[in-house]
Design a protein around this ligand. Structure first.
Ligand SMILES: [Zn+2]
Length: 224
């Protein structure tokens, strides 16, 4: 089982009440650290990176409004590229979330928010409309960002690029794009079993909505 497949499975097991669900980072040393592109929504802060079951030191966090990559060569894409080149991220995750305002509000509504701050829309209406009109639904936003990143020459073809959606309330992760299935992605299989070996050294301090903790009552990383 590969890293993100194990992440999703552990997440589902934990949400189903399995207090022993978690990742053992040593089993996935060849796939860590990861770089994650998420939305700027502050509700993501209590979720990341605990919902993924990885430690903070293995989590390189890049954010943009609506987890959007504007175009090939944009700053967000360059940042992801440098996360791999400089900080040695082995895999990239684009993680959208449910109830994203950028997807649920139409461009005129978003423009009204800017106008309410006294911004003169006449100065930048064209560029703003282009930007805001590219937000669609949460799943499509993730798919588009993955497609752009995958087609970029700035990201090595050996770096898997995945798309996930996280439920902002429960912390449930769902696949949008399995990057292991893309051409060029390595098949770095862990020897970890589907059933987590005891004692899994998953994080224990991640609290999601409803009191969920990834790793349940297991000891923190490095303690066992
Ligand atoms: Zn959002």
């Amino acid at each position: 089982m590969r890293l993100v497949e194990a992440m999703v499975e552990a997440n589902h097991r934990a949400l189903a009440g399995d207090s022993r669900a978690g990742l053992r980072p040593a089993d996935f040393a060849n796939s860590l650290p990861i770089a994650a592109l998420t939305c700027i929504d502050p509700r993501m802060h209590p979720l990341m990176p605990e919902v993924l079951g990885v430690a903070e030191e293995d989590f390189i966090w890049v954010t943009s409004a609506g987890n959007r990559i504007a175009h090939l060569g944009c700053d967000t894409l360059l940042t992801l590229s440098l996360a791999c080149a400089v900080h040695r991220a082995r895999e990239i995750l684009v993680i959208g979330h449910t109830d994203c305002p950028f997807c649920n509000l139409r461009p005129p509504q978003l423009l009204q928010h800017l106008q309410a701050l006294g911004i003169d829309l006449a100065q930048a209406a064209g560029k703003l409309n282009d930007f805001l009109s590219q937000f669609t639904d949460e799943q499509h936003n993730v798919q588009r960002a993955v497609q752009l990143a995958r087609s970029s020459v700035l990201i090595a073809p050996t770096i898997p690029i995945h798309g996930l959606l996280v439920d902002i309330h429960s912390g449930r992760l769902d696949w949008i794009v399995n990057g292991y299935q893309s051409k060029g992605a390595p098949a770095v299989e862990s020897t970890a079993k589907t059933e987590p070996a005891a004692p899994p050294a998953a994080r224990t301090d991640g609290r999601l909505g409803g009191g969920y903790k990834i790793g349940g009552d297991l000891p923190p990383i490095g303690s066992g």
